[in-house]
Design a protein around this ligand. Structure first.
Ligand code: GTP
Ligand code: SPV
Ligand code: MN
Length: 639
């Protein structure tokens, strides 16, 4: 795991200062000009500016966006893509979050879990610090103070951070994804209480990405609230406020403080326009399983007059008890959406297209781009790629017209190409999305891609069984294991890549936080699956997308007692006739299939679950008891 020591060209000899290193008077005047007065932040910047050898320091926030965009355009780092829309390519071997290179490091061996890739901070901190030495030589270090919460939130003390980055495009992304500016760090009651994030891009062509000599390290030193990421300028590897702070660090903080949960959850409101009642639902599906689509959902035509879905968040929620009414409240700590471009079109997600319309300041990354017309395109945007290829380049920058015959069938856009846009651009953004208190949660849902076994929706009223359900959330692996019968990739609460401490303690913390809600105000749980397929021709049994609202409406009716459902060992499923199918077409056979429980498949699943849970040290007895209850009830089912 530890890299061999190696020579780096940027390194200055014998500890002498490089000529390009920031002059300390220049540094102080840059901080003064920006009005950055927090002394602890200033110390943090001084240390890392010196250590990374950056030649300039610049403090940036939301008010610098237009200027930074102009500079990035002039430097060719981004390109225009229509009115106030921009396009960038990342380095070709740097196109996604890297799970294998992501590490949680602390001083406490007890923090080691099955999924968190824990290492001692005593080893990792010096290692990544050494890789960063003089690695920003000749570059500007952007200082990005930010807040991962609506201002005034009770959780704001956990949400303050400063990212140092040597990549201007990363600063542009941060300004879209988090609330950025010196005002978020200047008046802290405890000036030193902020997450310290250091992002150094490194020499991308020489980092051995994906080889045994991989030099990249994405380390969260969780007990020091320090994030050190070296070797990428893409997405979650580089925008440190998002998943490194918003999920990994925050889930650790929430556990240590016993105050809150930080989860990879979408968060929506559903309003019944007839009664004026709004329900709030949050929930986790693994990456690329439809969180963004669900959060941006338009009510289906048959129900649109009556119901409206509002967007609060699509990737992160922080959950906490509000003692004043005994309910669990959720906030979306983010300020923007970093959404998957692939397959986004007028039918699947018109709302997403609205959020990237002219005038939004959106940044596209790694989609296809036309040099002449400034248009962008991705697979699924239209049924076929543009017929006239003049000016079109694929995500690597290669002209489509010059592609070899071998490359002709390759996608134009990278499958993980994305758009970055602020929440205020999302057409169905909730009117109260900045409410610092957050919204009270009526239901917590879990889901993943599962081609069989998992019904459309099953509701779970027992707390331990709900948490157990989240811990056993599984989804089909997207490529390698696809088609391997019964093979799921377990992804507890969809947090597998973001776990910061051990799974047993994580389960206990969930039971404690959700269990702290007053009985009457406790969220109901549900497991949903939009992805069941016909075993013969493979078609999706449920039409999905907008029609998913129907399953959620049933859940709310169940919670309020207006429908009863059918009890099964794994939860309550809708009785025939209870789902509102107005304006929707589905065959009777498909409907029956998505609402039924396959006893044989569930029995097989229980043996996989047993092995999955047995990996976790210190799993609370309530979870094992829930597992045994469900298993016994499944055993008692007729075949
Ligand atoms: P991350 O941003 O990576 O955390 O992912 P996400 O969960 O936000 O995923 P996203 O919403 O971008 O969905 C990814 C894929 O799921 C796309 O290919 C969608 O077309 C597909 N998808 C979403 N909802 C549905 C649905 O209801 N039915 C079907 N069949 N596919 C869906
Ligand atoms: C995910 O991979 O789940 C994301 C994108 O939401 S990234 O921020 O790159 O992790
Ligand atoms: Mn995500």
């Amino acid at each position: 795991m530890l890299p061999k020591s190696r020579e780096r060209t940027a390194r200055s000899g014998g500890g002498t200062m490089m000529k390009t290193r920031t002059d300390s008077a220049d540094l102080e005047s840059a901080l003064d000009r920006a009005g950055l007065i927090n002394p602890a932040v200033r110390d943090f910047v001084r240390y890392w500016a010196d250590h990374t050898g950056a030649s300039r320091v610049e403090v940036v926030g939301a008010t610098d966006d237009a200027r930074l965009v102009r500079e990035s355009l002039a430097a060719g780092e981004i390109q225009p893509a229509g009115e106030d829309r921009y396009y960038a390519r990342s380095y070709a071997k740097d196109t996604a979050r890297s799970e294998e290179r992501t590490i949680v490091a602390t001083a406490r061996p007890g923090d080691k879990g099955v999924y968190n890739n824990w290492h001692p901070s005593g080893e990792l901190r010096p290692l990544v610090t050494e890789l960063m030495r003089d690695a920003s030589a000749g570059k500007t270090m952007y200082v990005v103070p930010y807040l991962m919460a609506p201002p005034g939130s009770p959780l704001a003390p956990y949400a303050v951070g400063v990212e140092l980055t040597d990549h201007r495009t990363v600063a542009l992304h941060m300004i879209r994804m988090a609330r950025c500016g010196v005002e978020y760090v200047n008046d802290l009651p405890e000036p030193g209480r902020f997450v310290r994030g250091v992002h150094v891009t490194g020499d991308l062509p020489n980092l051995g990405q994906g080889t045994p000599d991989d030099q990249r390290y994405f380390v969260t030193v969780a007990d020091e609230r320090t994030i050190l990421h070296y070797g990428s300028s893409y997405g979650g590897n580089a925008l440190l406020g998002k998943i490194a702070h918003g999920l990994r660090q925050a889930s650790y903080d929430g556990w240590v403080s016993q105050e809150f949960l930080a989860e990879q959850f979408m968060l929506i409101g559903i309003t019944d326009k007839q009664t004026g009642r709004t329900w709030h639902i949050c929930g986790g599906f693994p990456s690329a399983s439809g969180k963004t689509n669900l959060a941006m959902m338009l009510a289906p035509d048959g129900l649109g007059d009556r119901y409206h879905v509002s967007f609060y968040g699509d990737d992160i929620a922080w959950l906490q008890l509000d003692p004043s009414d005994g309910r669990i409240y959720a906030i979306n700590p983010e300020f923007g959406v970093f959404g998957v471009a692939k397959d986004t079109n007028e039918v699947t997600n018109p709302t997403a297209l609205g959020s990237v319309a002219p005038g939004t300041g959106v940044l596209f990354t790694n989609v296809a781009y036309n040099d002449l017309t400034r248009e962008v395109w991705w697979e699924g945007r239209t049924p076929a790629p543009p017929a006239d290829v003049t000016g079109w380049r694929d995500w690597t920058g290669q002209l489509i017209s010059e592609r070899s015959a071998d490359d002709a069938g390759k996608p134009w856009a990278h499958p993980n190409s994305r758009f970055t846009t602020t929440l205020a651009n999302v057409p169905n953004i909730a009117a109260d999305f900045e409410n610092p208190r957050g919204v009270p949660i009526d239901a917590i849902i879990f889901g993943g891609r599962t081609r069989d076994r998992e019904p459309l929706i099953r509701a779970i009223t027992d707390l331990a069984e709900g948490v157990y359900d989240g811990l056993t959330l599984g989804a089909e692996a997207t490529f390698a294991a696809e088609g391997v019968e019964g093979q799921l990739r377990y992804d507890p609460m969809s947090m597998r890549p973001f776990m910061s401490y051990s799974e047993g303690a994580y389960a206990a913390h969930w039971l404690r936080i959700i269990g702290s809600a007053a009985e009457a105000g406790r969220p109901i749980f549900a497991h949903v699956n939009w992805f069941q397929r016909d075993s013969e021709d493979g078609h999706f049994l449920w039409p999905g997308y907008r029609d998913n609202l129907r399953a959620l409406l049933w859940l709310m009716q169940l919670k309020e007692g207006s429908v009863q459902g059918v009890p099964t060992p794994v939860g309550i499923v809708p009785a025939a006739g209870e789902l509102d199918l107005e304006g929707m077409s589905i065959s009777a056979a498909d409907l029956e299939k998505v609402l039924s429980i396959d006893a044989q498949r569930w029995r097989e699943e229980m043996t996989h679950r047993e092995r999955h849970l047995a990996q976790f040290d210190g799993l609370p007895e309530e979870i094992w008891a829930a597992h045994r209850r469900v298993a016994a009830a499944i055993d008692a089912l007729p075949d």
